[in-house]
Write a protein that binds this ligand. Sequence first.
Ligand SMILES: [Zn+2]
Length: 249
Amino acid sequence: MRDATLSGIVLRESQFGESDKYVTLLTHEVGLIDCMAKRARKAGGALAAGTQPFCYCRYTVFEGRERTFVRGCDITESFYGLRNDLRKLTYSCHFADIAMDIAQEGEPNEDLLSLLLNALHLLDKTDRDPEAVKAAFEMRAACVSGYRPEAGLCGLCGSKGPMRAFDFGSSAFLCGGCLGGAMAGGRVVALTPGAASGIARIIGSEGKGAYGVGIPDDCLREISEFAHMYLCDKMEREYGRLAFLGKIT
Ligand SMILES: [Zn+2]
C-alpha cells in the first residue's frame, strides 16, 4: 500500500508531540492499522474532527518508510453523542477494548466491524438500554472471534433442553437432567430457562440481528453477567472498565 483510501473507525488515540496523534483504526480493508495524524490536535485543523475516538470516516492514508500517515478524512458518522455522555462513552470504550483484542493487523473482520458499528449506533441514536447492547455485543464478539458455543444441544446428553446451566470446563450448555451431576466438579453456572433461551438466540443471530433479540427485563442482568463472564473466560482477561459506572451512578 502506498496511497490508499480506508473506511474505518477510530478505536484509540494517543498524543504525540505538540499537536500530533496516533490513531488505531479498525478498517474494512485491512483490519487494524496504526496511523500518525499530523496536526490532528490543532483545533479546526483538517484532521481534528475525523480523528476523534469512534469517528467513522473514509481516510486517505499514505504509507511512509516507517509509518502510515493520515492525509485526509471524510466523516461518514461522527457518533458525536457518545463523547458527551459519560455512561455511553464508558460503554463505547469497553466495546473498543474488546475490538482491539479481537481485530488483527492486515486482516479484515467485517463481522466485528459491523457488530461494533451497530452497537455504537444503538447507543448514540436510540434509547436502547446500554446493558442490553453490551450483553449482545459481548456474546457475539466471543462468537466472531471463534468461540461460538453450541447453544442448541446439551453438552452431556445431547438433548435439546431446555438448558439450565453452562459448564465453563467443557464450554457446553447443560440440560436440567444433567445439571445435578455436573455441579459437583466443574465451573458450572446455573441459568434460568429465560436467560438460557435469550443467550441461545443471541448466539444464533448474525449481524445486527443480535441486537434485535428481545431480552425480557427480568433476564437482562443474568444474560449480561453471563456474556461478560463468557467473553472474559475466552479472551483470558478481565474487562473492568464498566465497574467504574457502578461508582458514579
Ligand atoms: Zn443433558
